[in-house]
Each structure stands twice: as C-alpha cells, then as structure tokens.
Design a protein around this ligand. Structure first.
Ligand SMILES: Cc1cc2nc3c(=O)[nH]c(=O)nc-3n(C[C@H](O)[C@H](O)[C@H](O)COP(=O)(O)OP(=O)(O)OC[C@H]3O[C@@H](n4cnc5c(N)ncnc54)[C@H](O)[C@@H]3O)c2cc1C
Length: 504
C-alpha cells in the first residue's frame, strides 16, 4: 500500500486548502506532516513566539483532522532525514504541499525536497493558494493572474479523511522543548482556523465599520483593524476566503448603502480591500527575490546610504527608551502584545532608518521577532521601503511629534504604555523635555532620571536623514537601478514614479 503525505507548512487549515483537496481526490490514505526545520531556529528573524504560535495553531488543526479520521505527524530536525524515515515506514506515493514564498533558506529546503522526491521515485505536487504567482514572466501580467486566483471558488473543508488505520497522531510539543524562549503576550489571539473565521466575522459584522478612519491610530486600530494578520501568516485562513466574505458584505451594503445599519461600511470596505491587495503584491516581491532580508532591492542606493550600527541608539529604539513618549509607547505596546497597526510600524522603521540612521537589516530583524504576524514577503519589502533602499518609493520619514499629536491627541496611549509620564499634563505630554525643573518635580518625573531625554534632536537628524536619502536617490547608477527595480517589483497602479519614467 502506498500513502499520500500532506506537508503542512504555513497553511494550517482544512478549508480552502488546494493541496489537501488534491490528496483527498487522489484517494490514497493520507498522513499529514508538520516539520519544524532545525535550520530555521537560529535565524536572525525568528523568535520562539512565532514557533509557539504555529504549534498552537497546529494543535487545533490536529484536533480537527483527528475528528475527521486523519493523523498528524510531527517531526523536528532536517526534513530529508524525516522523509527518509517516513518513506521507509509508509511507502510514500506523493507529497502534496501549498507553495510557500519564503526566504532563501526555505527555497533551498523545498528544492532539496523536490530532488529527494525525484531520487526516491515519490511525486511532489505543489499548489498555489494565494495571489502570488510562481515563475511570473512579467509584473505587467500579475494583477490579471492574481485576480483570477482570488476570484476562484473556495474549497470546502473535507468531512472525512482516510488514513493509515494502525497509527496515532503525535503530540504537538511546546517550543520551549527546542530550547526556545517564548514570551507571553497580552491579548494574544486564540489560535486556529475557527478563531480565524470568528475574527473575520467579528470584523465584518461590526468592528470594521470604522476601519477607514480608525486604522491609523494605535488606539482605534487595535479594534477597528481586522487583526487577521497572525492567522494569514500561519495559514489558518486564506486571503481568498477573506476577499470572498468581504465582497459578499460589500454586495449586501450596496443594496441599501444609506440605511443606519449600513452606514460607514462602504468606504471602510473599499479601504480594506485595497489593503488586502497589498498582501500578495508584497509577497510577490519575495517570490522574485528571496534574499530581501539581506540584499537591498537597489544595492547602489543602499551602498550610498552607509548606516553604521550604534549600540546605544539601537537599544534605546528597541527597548522603547528613546525619550520620545509616543514612539516609546508604540514600541512598548508592540513588545507587550506582538501587534501594532501599519502606520506605527512604518513610523518605527522610518525613525530607525532616517532619524537614528541605523542599519535596516538589524532593525528589520528586531521588528520581525516582535511581530506575531511576521510574514517575510510583506515585512522585508516594507522594511526596505521605509528605509529608502528600493528607489521606487517616495522618501517618507515620519515625524514622531506629528504622529503623536494626530494619533494620540489626549496622550492616553502614551500614559498607558509609559507610566513614568502618568502625571505629566496634557500640554507637555508629547514633549515632556520642555517641562521646567519645577514642573518636573511637581509631576515626579525628572527628565534624564525618571524618563530619558530625547536620544537625538529629532527635527535636526530627521531632516539630515531625508536630505541624505534624496542625495543618494539622485545618483545616476542608483536611478538606473530604480528603473530595473520598478520593472520587477513596481505596482502597476499609476504612480508618480511610473508617470515620471513614462514622461522621460
Ligand atoms: C515595517 C513594516 C513591517 C510589516 N511587517 C508585517 C509582517 O511581518 N506581517 C504582516 O502581515 N504585515 C506586516 N506589515 C503590514 C501591516 O502593518 C500589517 O499587515 C497590519 O498591521 C496587520 O494588522 P491587521 O491584520 O489588523 O491589518 P488590516 O489593516 O486589517 O489589513 C488586513 C490585511 O491586509 C494586509 N495588509 C494590510 N496592510 C498591508 C501592507 N501595508 N502591506 C501588505 N499587506 C498589508 C495584511 O495581510 C493584513 O492582515 C508591516 C508593515 C510595516 C510598515
């Protein structure tokens, strides 16, 4: 008897899972394998918290698979060693998996599995499961292909899974058993496919009504953003499922947009869909260049922007002790919860790269370890964009002071995450260093002792960072490279860059 192996990677769900659907259609007994790759653990972007999240999602999936008669095997180490063992024991016929767009190490792993399959006379079938197109010939074609994928029908979860009768599932271990440190997060989401669906419906039923206006503030964004990102990154839900239910909601709204029940939804749903579209757009960049965590899209530009590592600045940035209240509140909130909204992520990275002039590889890896939803394709594309090393995006260096006043006008977020400033009056909360000695004594917060002085003068260093970035962007070789970067990675929505390069 031969067996089918469904190789679970970042697709921890039963519904809308093309690899599983094909394995079931082919009719052989199925074993599921989740493989924790030892080479992943020591990487600069990986944290025990990511692994634990995946293992928790896997544990829920194991439960759902067992309820349908299936079996989940867990292995740790080198994937080829595990495949040798499983093949010897179960006589593998075909390995089924959904395509993964990961960093170079995961490409090497997948290539080695394909080679192993060839050598061992085992079939290897991979399936696209989102809008990322493998072996894409031209970015010009991408949107059409992506839309076709996203509009395809959703695959139902199977009712029954036939398996090897004599076997039992493995217990799913805790990440600490691999020597990993797992930080406890406040407000950690519930893992698994059912929780992902519940989160989607709570967003589409009510939370998302204020999305358009609420998404930019870390306070309103926490409830008005969908919060689906950790589920997407572990694959508990597919991007197609999210689009499908969002479009259904949109159709319902359109029948009577002015009713009290539907008010506010139309703009929010269209903003939401454009954010969703970015998901696969950025992941497509990593599909084209798997080394985005190390290699800048525009290496000429990167070489001109020499950013040395400065330990003191890095630690203040990473620990939320820069002396800029709103920035510190954002960083501390991220560390405590594993999530923060898009605008604040962009601010964090742009402060690192422009205001503090720190190297993006180091700060990008630090942020990756903090985000529960770490998704390499989105993450490294955004890190490079916010650091000005793509050449195809405008230079955007966020002012902390402006964000502080715009997004936290009452200083509530600051006071929550930076308790040292609890008693500072509203007129000084965004710039406590302006307090007189007397005021500092009155509120028991001596700047430089109880709370740090700003690590640098933001107005001065940010301006310097911006001017360095513009200077580098004007370099002839960097400009030439930017045109090439646009051809491979640029959004085909008409942008200023595209218009300018068409005019030339
Ligand atoms: C420096 C930086 C690093 C980032 N790293 C990650 C990361 O590792 N993982 C990750 O999922 N997102 C990342 N993002 C994008 C974005 O901040 C998060 O997707 C979003 O905050 C997640 O919360 P949400 O699911 O509630 O988002 P929502 O606003 O509800 O959006 C829904 C979904 O749309 C997609 N999306 C939204 N904004 C973007 C965007 N700008 N680019 C690409 N996709 C987007 C995500 O899949 C998200 O889950 C990063 C952004 C920046 C600036």
């Amino acid at each position: 008897m031969t067996v089918s192996l469904v190789w679970l990677r970042r697709d921890l769900r039963l519904s809308d899972n093309p690899a599983l659907a094909q394995a079931i259609a082919d009719g052989r007994p199925i074993l599921f394998l989740f493989h924790l790759d030892s080479e992943r653990l020591g990487r600069h972007d990986v944290d025990g918290t990511h692994i634990q999240w995946e293992l928790d999602c896997l544990d829920r999936l194991r439960h759902d698979i067992e309820n349908r008669g299936g079996i989940v095997l867990f292995r740790f180490g080198h994937v080829l060693a595990s495949l040798n063992e499983l093949n010897a024991e179960h006589n593998l016929h075909t390995i089924y998996g959904n395509e993964e767009s990961g960093l170079q190490w995961s490409w090497e792993r997948d290539k080695s599995v394909a080679k192993w399959c060839q050598e061992n006379d085992v079939n290897f079938e991979e399936f696209p499961s989102n809008g990322v197109v493998r072996r894409l010939r031209s970015r010009d074609d991408w949107k059409t292909l992506r839309d076709r994928r996203i509009d395809a029908s959703i695959i139902e979860a199977p009712q029954r899974i036939s398996s090897v009768k004599t076997l039992h599932s493995d217990l799913i271990p805790h990440a600490t058993s691999f020597g990993l440190e797992v930080r406890e997060h406040q407000y950690r989401p519930e893992p698994g496919e059912t929780a992902a669906m519940d989160t989607l419906f709570s967003f589409l039923d009510e939370r998302g009504r204020g999305y358009r206006k609420g998404m930019s503030s870390p306070i309103s964004g926490a409830s008005m953003c969908s919060r689906l990102s950790p589920y997407l990154s572990s694959g508990c839900i597919s991007i197609r499922q999210i689009f499908y239910h969002t479009k259904r909601k949109q159709r319902r709204i359109k029948t009577n947009p002015r009713s009290a029940e539907n008010r506010g939804w139309s703009g929010s749903l269209s903003s939401y869909q454009s954010r969703l579209a970015w998901h696969c757009h950025f992941m497509q960049r990593l599909e084209a260049e798997a080394t985005l965590d190390e290699q800048a899209m525009n290496p000429e530009l990167d070489a001109l922007l020499v950013r040395p590592y400065d330990e003191e600045k890095f630690l203040a940035w990473a620990n939320g002790t820069t002396g800029w209240p709103f920035f510190d509140a954002c960083m501390r909130s991220l560390r405590a919860t594993g999530w923060i909204n898009f605008r604040m992520r962009a601010m964090m990275q742009s402060v690192a790269s422009y205001t503090l002039w720190l190297p993006w590889r180091v700060t990008g890896a630090h942020l990756a370890r903090q985000f529960l939803d770490y998704e390499p394709g989105i993450h490294w594309s955004q890190i490079q964009m916010q650091s000005g090393v793509t050449g195809i995006n405008s230079v955007r260096a966020y002012s902390i002071l402006k964000q502080s006043k715009d997004q936290d006008p009452d200083g509530k977020f600051i006071k929550r995450w930076v308790p040292e400033l609890r008693d500072v009056p509203l007129e000084r909360i965004h710039e406590p260093w302006l307090m007189s000695q007397e005021e500092q004594t009155d509120v028991s917060c001596i700047i430089g002792i109880d709370y740090p002085e700003p690590i640098v003068d933001e107005k001065v260093t940010r301006k310097e960072g911006i001017s360095q970035a513009y200077k580098a962007k004007a370099d002839a070789e960097a400009k030439l490279r930017s045109k090439m970067v646009y051809l491979v990675h640029g959004s085909r929505k008409r942008s200023r860059f595209q218009q300018a390069s068409h005019q030339k």
